[in-house]
Design a protein around this ligand. Structure first.
Ligand code: ADP
Length: 221
C-alpha cells in the first residue's frame, strides 16, 4: 500500500506519516529528511539541494525524482510506503505513478491534512529539530524534558533555517501554488482524502492518523 501525504509544511503530516507507517508496517519516506541526510553527509546531491532548501524553494524535479526512485528500491519497502513530502509538483506526481506502476503498485490514498495557515505559521516558529535523529519538538506544546536536548537520542535541538518566519511564509506560498494541482490530480483518481486538523478543528494530525489507520485495518478501499 502506498499513501501520499499532502498538507502544508507544519500541518503535522510528518507526525501522522510516522505513526501510520509504523502501525501499518510501511516504510516512511520523507524527501525533506532524505535531502537533509544528504546535506549532513555533504553529498553532491545535498550540496545542490541546499541552495533551494535554505530559501524554502523546491529542489528541481529531476534531482528529487532520482533520489526518490533510488529510495523506493531499498529493501524496507516491501509492503509499501508512506510518502511524506513527495510528490510536490504535477511532474513528480506523474513520475511517481510510473515508478509505482513498474513495481506493480499504485497510490492507494492521498491524505490531505488541512490546517489553517495562520495556525501553521505560529506552530513552525515554535518548532525545534534534533540534529541527531530529526525528531521534532514544539517548545510550547511538546517541549523536550531538558531544554535544547533531544529526549530520544540526546542530540542538540536547533531551529532549521527553513523554520524561520520569513522562510516559512515563502514555503507556505510555494505550497499554496503547488498543492491545488496535486489535490485535483488525486481527486480525479478518486484516492483523495481530506481531513481537517489543528486547534480550530479540535484534533491533531495524530488523531487523523489514528482514524485513517483504523479505517485501513477495517478494510478501506
Ligand atoms: P516541509 O516541512 O516543508 O514539508 P520538508 O522537510 O518536507 O519540509 O522539506 C524541506 C525542503 O526540502 C523543502 O522546502 C524543499 O526545499 C525540499 N524538498 C522536500 N521534498 C521535496 C520535493 N518533493 N520536491 C522538491 N523539493 C523538496
Amino acid at each position: 500500500m502506498y499513501i501520499v501525504l499532502l498538507g502544508a509544511p507544519g500541518s503535522g503530516k510528518g507526525t501522522a506519516g510516522k505513526v501510520i507507517a509504523e502501525d501499518l508496517n510501511l516504510a516512511h519516506i520523507s524527501t525533506g529528511d532524505l535531502f537533509r541526510e544528504n546535506l549532513k553527509n555533504e553529498t553532491p546531491l545535498g550540496l545542490e539541494a541546499k541552495q533551494y532548501m535554505d530559501k524554502g524553494e523546491l529542489v528541481p524535479d529531476d534531482v528529487t525524482i532520482r533520489m526518490l526512485k533510488s529510495r523506493l528500491g531499498e529493501s524496507d519497502v516491501v509492503n509499501g510506503a508512506v510518502l511524506d513530502g513527495f510528490p510536490r509538483t504535477g511532474v513528480q506526481a506523474k513520475s511517481l505513478d510510473v515508478m509505482l506502476n513498474e513495481m506493480g503498485a499504485k497510490v492507494d490514498m492521498a491524505l490531505n491534512i488541512d490546517v489553517p495557515f495562520d495556525e501553521i505559521v505560529e506552530r513552525i516558529a515554535n518548532r525545534r529539530s534534533c540534529r541527531g535523529c530529526s525528531e521534532i519538538y514544539n517548545v510550547v506544546f511538546n517541549p523536550p524534558k531538558q531544554e535544547g536536548i533531544c529526549d530520544k537520542c540526546g542530540g542538540e535541538l536547533y531551529q532549521r533555517e527553513d523554520q524561520k518566519p520569513e522562510v516559512v511564509q515563502n514555503r507556505l506560498e510555494v505550497y499554496k501554488n503547488s498543492s491545488a494541482e496535486l489535490i485535483n490530480y488525486y481527486d480525479a483518481k478518486h484516492v483523495l482524502r481530506t481531513e481537517k486538523a489543528g486547534d480550530k478543528a479540535g484534533r491533531t494530525s495524530y488523531d487523523v492518523a489514528e482514524k485513517i489507520e483504523k479505517e485501513i485495518k477495517n478494510g478501506w478501499n
